[in-house]
Design a binder for this molecule. Structure first.
Ligand code: HAM
Length: 421
């Protein structure tokens, strides 16, 4: 029986991975320009990290984690996101003791046991950044600007940045109370999920998609109404920085995000073109998380974007990424007794830095030409016994079909010159 890949996962074939590499390179370039350096953390962590870090009232912790016991009896979880791990690494490696802020980026697979659908997978990939140690609203605007720059450079259109502030531990209790007071008369009519959230995490009711819950929310107080003066000032400065950076945004007072750690700024970038799973990026500030995970209090802000959704968006908008270069040269074998020397020549050419194909199928010359063409080879080197006996090989320009004999010891340098042109 043929085993299939697990539900909600993908195979990315060379045609896809070429695009991934292009996008990853662009992200690395942008990070370098913004001063963000790469962090790589384990793909699995102790389960307790996510229970505390992501929050035990979240969907992620309640029903989406890939958790198992390892052979040593430890409870281990495949990371559902990477902010908790980044915070752990910041504390564990004492990055707080060095120059602040610490600007980190990461990319890699995340795992959530969700109901798979277009744009939603069980293994998906995120690129994200985290900036630790800076409480200034400029840091919030900086991470948003980084995400914005990325989509802009890809040429994506129609992105909508949604912005909100969810307050801080000082002002949120009052808001929580106001929202509960507002909703209490309708409590029995809210959907079961919202009823459950009413006590544990009432803010999440704000982004319930149920139309009836949405109706009861009309006229509900917003987090912005309850912000303390510090949060209000922080939020207005974030907006001033975004305006200065010419990044358009929409205030969305219903935006609360599905993870528990946010304080102050919360944001999402949406793109309608890609269907129901329209959030291409989400993030915000999390000033309590470092302390929650055992570190000395330190502010943090960041975001993560879904890589699969980047490619859906590029497809939906018909944006072609530049093609990766093909082979520079294909070494074709003319007759049997030239095979070893042809192989040797291919090796020499690769050592000289060229992308070189060689016939491992032992095919006819015609078939070799066909293959060389399919690989985009600009030149083919024809290696035959007679030519080798004269100390030479034939160089064929695949576009013009022109052929010329070259001395063996000059061919590497000649090819390099031709290709440099
Ligand atoms: P998140 O909103 O859970 O935030 O995920 C961020 C992005 O990852 C989403 O906007 C979406 O593009 C992508 N994504 C999430 N789940 C899936 C899925 N099942 N399939 C495909 N793509 C998905 C976080 O993970 C936070 N750690 C972001 C953050 C970083 N906040 C502060 N720093």
């Amino acid at each position: 029986m043929l085993t299939k890949r697990p539900r909600g996962t993908n195979d990315f074939l060379p045609e896809d991975t070429a695009k991934w590499q292009y996008v990853e390179k662009l992200l690395r370039e942008i990070c370098q320009q913004f001063g963000y350096a790469e962090l790589r953390t384990p793909i699995f962590e102790e389960t307790a990290l996510f229970l505390r870090g992501v929050g035990d009232t979240t969907d992620i912790v309640q029903k989406e984690m890939y958790t198992f016991e390892d052979a040593g009896g430890r409870s281990i979880t495949l990371r559902p996101e990477n902010t908790a791990s980044a915070v752990r690494a910041y504390v564990e490696n004492k990055l707080f003791a060095g120059q602040q802020p610490v600007r980190l980026f990461y990319m890699g697979p995340m795992f959530r046991y969700e109901r798979p659908q277009a744009g939603r997978f069980r293994q998906f990939h995120q690129f994200g950044v985290e900036c630790f140690g800076a409480d200034s609203p400029a840091a919030d605007a900086e991470v948003i600007a980084l995400a914005w720059e990325f989509y802009h450079r890809l040429g994506l259109q129609g992105l909508e940045l949604n912005l909100n502030s969810v307050g801080c531990p000082k002002c949120r209790p009052a808001y929580r109370q106001a929202l509960q007071d507002f909703l209490r008369p309708h409590l029995a009519d809210l959907c079961p999920t919202c009823q459950e959230r009413f006590e544990k995490n009432p803010l999440r009711i704000l982004d319930c998609k149920n139309p009836q819950c949405q109706q009861f929310l009309q006229g509900a107080p917003t987090t912005l109404d309850s912000l303390c003066s510090e949060c209000r000032e922080h939020f207005s400065k974030v907006q001033a920085y975004l305006q200065a950076a010419e990044i358009p945004y929409r205030l969305n007072t219903r935006l609360v995000r599905g993870l528990d750690y946010y304080t102050n700024t919360a944001f999402e970038i949406l793109l309608a073109d890609i269907g129901a799973q329209s959030a291409v990026c989400g993030g915000g500030r999390y000033n309590g998380l470092v302390e929650e995970l055992g570190g000395k209090p330190a502010p943090g802000v960041g975001f993560a974007l879904g890589m699969e959704r980047v490619f859906s968006a590029l497809n939906a908008q018909g944006i072609e990424l530049p093609k990766q270069p093909g082979l520079a040269v294909f070494v074709a074998v003319l007759d049997e007794n030239a095979r070893t020397q042809a192989f040797q020549l291919a090796c020499q050419l690769r050592r000289a830095g060229l992308a070189v194909g060689y016939d491992t199928m032992e095919r006819s010359l015609k078939a070799q030409f066909k293959y060389a063409d399919s690989q985009g080879a600009a030149y083919t080197l024809l290696v035959g016994g007679d030519e080798l006996a004269r100390g030479s090989v034939i160089l064929r320009d695949m576009q013009s079909s022109e052929q010329q004999e070259y001395p063996l010891d000059k061919v590497v340098a000649s090819l390099q010159t031709k290709l440099a042109k």
